[in-house]
Design a protein around this ligand. Structure first.
Ligand code: PEP
Ligand code: MN
Length: 284
């Protein structure tokens, strides 16, 4: 076919996913969040903050902490997927607006979970990265709609999702036109009960070989136990992750969700120092 007029090159993409495959785009995708903040293509991007946005004081304290650490992206859920309907389910859109206005005043980017199609539009102007949670990893109507927006999407692996399923979910978003997709390993459900999930760090080199998209590791949900989070964050960094998603709170014991896996600012700061040192090393 390459002898046809106007055809420069021909690639057969045999993977079930196509556009997110390295066979289609060889070089790594770098996603630009503006103001010099990027994800993918070399540097390590740390995204940190509470599981849930709780109140103004908590957001302001976290923003100040991140600024002091040189971190440019804050996580915080306003729409929370909870196993029990009686658990705290987030402050919703008003909480997100408050979060974004405090964070952006200090040039901090906002990553937050979108639970359903109807909230994409109202959330749009207050979000820098839409997070698709593990429970929505195969919500194909949500993925289709996020394929139409001009905002990065961090897509988590499903609770028991295979990597091929994750890549096909990414393909839903990418093939609709949104090429700013970030893959996230957050642990899978296995027979092991000793910790919340099994963080599958094999996924990092695998995904980076198969796909050009950036790969982020979430050690907080991946292991689910505070004292093990730093080790797994460092392991993810060495495995080659482009970014980390880490839960931190001024007082984890008082957090309204996921306190048991949330680092205090002191613990987070010690971890960030180690990650910064590690990512400067040539590990290859
Ligand atoms: C979260 O990031 O707080 C969250 C709910 O994550 P996951 O979808 O991975 O469980
Ligand atoms: Mn959480």
């Amino acid at each position: 076919m390459s002898h046809f007029d106007g055809v420069k090159d021909v690639h057969r993409v045999t993977d079930v996913y196509k556009l997110v495959s390295r066979s289609w785009r060889v070089g790594p995708t770098r996603i630009d969040l503006g103001d010099g903040v990027t994800i993918g293509g070399g540097a390590m991007t740390i995204m940190a903050g509470p599981c849930s946005i709780e109140d103004e004081k908590q957001v302001a304290e976290t923003v100040d902490f991140l600024v002091s650490q040189g971190i440019h992206v804050m996580r915080g859920g306003a729409f929370k997927p909870r196993s029990s309907p009686y658990s705290f389910r987030g402050l919703g859109l008003e909480g997100l607006k408050m979060f974004a206005s405090i964070a952006r005043a200090k040039k901090i980017k906002v990553i937050t979970e979108v639970l359903d199609v109807s909230t994409i539009e109202p959330m749009m102007e207050h979000v820098d990265i839409f997070q698709v949670g593990a429970r929505n990893s195969q919500n194909f109507t949500l993925l289709d709609e996020l394929g139409k927006v001009d905002k990065p999407v961090l897509l988590k692996r499903g609770l028991s999702g295979t990597l091929e399923e994750l890549l096909q979910s990414a393909e839903y978003i990418f093939s609709k036109g949104n090429e700013k997709v970030i893959l996230c390993e957050r642990g899978i459900r296995t027979y092991e009960k000793a910790y919340r999930n099994t963080l599958d760090l094999n996924a990092v080199p695998y995904l980076k070989e198969k796909s050009h998209l950036p790969v982020v590791v979430d050690p907080s949900h991946g292991v689910g136990i505070r004292r093990y989070v730093p080790a797994m964050a460092l392991a993810g960094t060495v495995a080659g992750a482009d970014g980390l998603l880490i839960e931190t709170h001024k007082c984890p014991e008082e957090a309204l969700s996921d306190g048991a896996q949330t680092l205090s600012f002191q613990e987070a700061s010690e971890l960030f120092d180690k990650i910064k040192k590690l990512s400067q090393l040539e590990l290859a």
